[in-house]
Design a protein around this ligand. Structure first.
Ligand code: ATR
Length: 275
């Protein structure tokens, strides 16, 4: 029987996940559909139950349900349970299993740039996204990871969990030149006229500046980093790779990520500069 998958969130109309997965199903000859489902927070439990009844084979979860879905699932893999958040569910062996592919998706996108594991890495932010990325960086073998956050206590908590170093935003500004990779994970930058999370005067030319935001394609953080001679990486890569890891969990197939990065970038009105 034809399989079907979904993405649930609130809002959901803007999601590019249906386009991405439907394209990959077609490219790989998989007879399956992928549907966006608008689920309000109060309806999460009922909606999940409905998805199960209708035989969903897997689904993605976006804001604001990534944490609330946890107690409803049969099992979590290690990464999802460390992160306390799920972005992918697969139906396997009669169980709905929760995964989190965001952090690994980011790190895979980082490896598309010429990066060395010996670089000092700075993560700006200590929320859910930063947590996934910090763990994935450690797993990938980056040994020197600092976390800078507005609320210092959250930086300390995350740094402790990943054996990293917590610093303040002021310290990050002063010591920015020491870092070969700087990752912007805060919500500052979602609109073009927003300020930067830190001042970037001291950034080292040639370093890699990455933002997890992909709309706008070029956040104020990336624009400033480019002006200062950095290599920039927007959030399109993370979006595509987190989806590719989910797709592989569902189908066992590794989809074409290069072509997808290009078409998602085009869809967002930009040129593909993210190679
Ligand atoms: P997500 O799960 O998307 O990472 P989150 O858990 O709400 O979202 O985290 C948002 C991150 O952006 C946090 O690190 C937050 O800093 P605080 O922990 O101090 O709240 C950071 N952030 C949001 N607005 C910010 C701002 N104006 N300046 C600096 N950091 C900001």
């Amino acid at each position: 029987m034809k399989k079907w998958y979904a993405v649930i969130g609130d809002p959901i109309a803007h999601s590019l996940s249906p386009y991405m997965h439907e394209t990959w199903f077609k490219e790989n000859g998989v007879d399956a559909a992928y549907i966006p489902v608008h689920v309000e927070p109060a309806e999460l439990e009922k909606s999940f139950s409905a998805l199960k009844t209708l035989g969903v084979s897997g689904f993605n979860i976006t804001l604001p349900h990534k944490e609330a879905i946890l107690p409803l699932l049969d099992r979590l893999d290690d990464t999802a349970s460390i992160m306390g958040a799920v972005n992918t569910v697969a139906f396997d062996g009669g169980q709905y299993i929760g995964y989190n592919t965001d952090g690994d998706g980011f790190v895979q996108s980082l490896f598309a740039a010429p990066v060395s594991l010996s670089e000092k890495v700075l993560v700006i932010g200590a929320g859910g996204a930063a947590r996934g990325i910090a763990f994935a960086l450690k797993r990938a073998g980056f040994s020197d990871v600092s976390i800078a956050n507005r609320t210092f206590r959250r930086a300390e908590e995350l740094a402790q969990d990943v054996s990293g170093t917590a610093i303040t935003l002021q310290q990050a500004e002063k010591e920015l030149g020491q870092y070969g990779v700087i990752i912007q994970t805060t919500s500052v930058g979602l609109s073009k006229d927003q300020a930067l999370p830190i001042s970037m005067e001291n950034i080292k030319p040639g370093s890699i500046a990455a933002d997890i935001i992909y709309n706008p394609l070029e956040t104020p953080f990336l624009l400033k980093a480019k002006e200062q001679g950095c290599m920039t990486l927007n959030g399109v890569g993370m979006f595509v790779y987190q989806g590719a890891i989910a797709f592989e969990k569902w189908t066992g197939i590794k989809p074409d990520t290069e072509k997808m990065k290009e078409s998602i970038t085009n869809k967002l009105g930009g040129q593909y500069v993210n190679k």
